[in-house]
Ligand binder design. Structure first.
Ligand SMILES: Cc1cc2nc3c(=O)[nH]c(=O)nc-3n(C[C@H](O)[C@H](O)[C@H](O)COP(=O)(O)OP(=O)(O)OC[C@H]3O[C@@H](n4cnc5c(N)ncnc54)[C@H](O)[C@@H]3O)c2cc1C
Length: 458
């Protein structure tokens, strides 16, 4: 491995300045590792003020959890860390020659001795960014809120609709992508309409709503063993989810989705099909893969940049079997830790270490009391035991105690009687939009309402 080009630290000189961009799993784990070292000063920059627990976003999107219960203020996480500074800001540029990270279009620059880029990825629409307007992805709290509002509002519109066609469109939800996120979303939506919304409406039967899961390949959960894919599809069928296989998506537009085999009329499309690299990957100036992830060296440094590390969803690196590492939290956490350790090694003029991923297995939940899991060593679990494991692991990974307790209590409460009560619709209603047309900021966030007005759908 490369040796450091410059020894930055000895006890009589300045502390080593490390800037970490991104307070996701990778950035937090690096910061936690570095705060143990008295000669290091860390600045952690994020464009949001919270660390987001993305694996539970689908529960926010389906009314099971409050947004704040999966988001922990970064400042609170580091309030007891004397040498860690938190900055709310957005990285917009990199000046490698001056060792500076540029924030907020040049309003501020941070000088570093070492930089860790941990900015995650983004939802990818396979070259069709125009689909995003009709099919929100699930990556941020805004996405989850948007989906929740869109789905709940659709049921409200169906309740008032006089035209059966319109009612049908509002009572159809299509989820695109049969990976873990798509399976979890479809399962939760099926439960929402069958167990939670049931008996709450007078003119419609929410339990009759169609939930369709569209997968481009021949099976769900392609990263899991085949028998778990079969289990998942059986469990989803029991929940009444219609799973379509080998359906190549051709178009998504206002109120419809077209695959190679059919057109589905629906006002609710959720995109769970693709994740790509960060939109600012090009700033790194290094080669990227087809999805836009930065190709990095085995010690997690950006090729040609001795002081710049890149970890988590933002990067691509081949694992032990020559296959790219998966975009999952344990990869980001383990890489964040190693990047921090390698920085410490460099400050001591020691050789860096290569990343070796310890695969802790994979899990996906399908519904209440049902999940599939592959454990380390290849052992597979399904049903109740896998679900209990899923609950325990997700609780452990939530980074702050308060949210851990709140989520546990909400799950227990929901378990006792299908109480998913986080069902806020805060979008303005149509007549409000009509009377306050200048309120553009609210309009843009709530496409379904705005479009419904335009098409006079009620
Ligand atoms: C819906 C969903 C479900 C998932 N479920 C699972 C699961 O069950 N198990 C699992 O292991 N993994 C799961 N994942 C994947 C896992 O969440 C990611 O692999 C992990 O979050 C990657 O961590 P990261 O630190 O690389 O990036 P992130 O956690 O995405 O963090 C990136 C951070 O960078 C910040 N940022 C971005 N751009 C900038 C900028 N320009 N300036 C400043 N800050 C910036 C963001 O605000 C964010 O806080 C899921 C992902 C999603 C979207």
């Amino acid at each position: 491995m490369k040796l450091s080009v410059r020894k930055f630290w000895n006890s009589k000189t300045e502390p080593v300045r490390v800037v970490i961009v991104g307070a996701g799993f990778g950035g937090l784990s690096a910061a936690r590792q570095l705060e143990k070292h008295p000669h290091v000063e860390v600045t952690i920059v994020d464009r949001t003020n919270h660390h987001l627990f993305q694996p539970l976003l689908y529960q926010v999107a389906t009314g099971g959890l409050n947004p704040a219960e999966i988001a922990s203020p970064v400042r609170t996480l580091f309030k007891n860390s004397a040498r860690t500074t938190v900055v709310l800001g957005s990285l917009t540029g990199l000046e490698f020659d001056k060792r500076r990270a540029v924030l907020d279009n040049g309003r501020e620059t941070l000088t570093y001795d070492y930089l860790i880029l941990a900015m995650g990825g983004r939802t990818s629409y396979f070259g069709h960014p125009e689909w995003e307007r009709y099919a929100p992805g699930l990556k941020t709290l805004e996405d989850a809120n948007r989906i929740r509002e869109q789905v709940l509002l659709s049921f409200e519109k169906a309740e008032r609709a006089r035209d059966p066609e319109s009612r049908r469109r509002h009572m159809t939800v299509a989820v695109v992508g049969g990976g873990p996120t798509g399976v979890e979303m479809a399962g939760a939506l099926a439960e929402l309409r069958r167990h939670v919304l049931r008996r709450e409406f007078k003119n419609i039967k929410p339990e009759d709503a169609r939930v369709i899961l569209i997968e481009g390949g021949p099976r769900l959960l392609s990263g899991f063993p085949e028998k778990l894919s079969e289990k998942a599809s059986k469990e989803l069928a029991e929940l009444g989810v219609e799973v379509l296989y080998n359906e190549r998506l051709e178009d998504i537009g206002d109120g419809f989705l077209r695959t190679s085999r059919r057109t589905i009329e629906t006002e609710n499309i959720v995109w769970a099909a693709g994740v790509g690299g960060h939109p600012l990957s090009h700033l790194v100036g290094s080669e990227t893969d087809r999805a836009g992830r930065v190709k990095i060296d085995h010690d997690l440094r950006v090729p040609g940049q001795d002081c710049v590390f890149c970890v988590g969803d933002m990067m691509t690196l081949d694992g032990a079997k020559g296959k790219p590492l998966p975009g999952v939290a344990p990869v980001a956490i383990q890489q964040g830790k190693l990047a921090a350790k390698n920085i410490i090694r460099l400050t001591k003029s020691k050789a860096t270490r290569s990343f070796s991923y310890f695969d802790k297995g994979s899990m996906a939940t399908i519904g209440r009391s049902s999940a599939v899991a592959v454990m380390p060593g290849g052992l597979t679990l399904s049903g109740w035991t896998a679900w209990l494991g899923w609950l325990a692991i997700h609780l452990t990974f939530i980074v702050d105690l308060q949210n851990r307790i709140l989520v546990m209590m909400r799950w227990a409460w929901a378990y006792l009687g299908w109480r998913w009560n986080v069902r806020l619709i805060t979008a303005p209603l149509e007549h409000e939009i009509e009377t306050v047309p200048s309120d553009k900021s609210r309009l843009t966030n709530h496409r379904p309402l705005a479009l419904a007005v335009a098409k006079n759908k009620f």
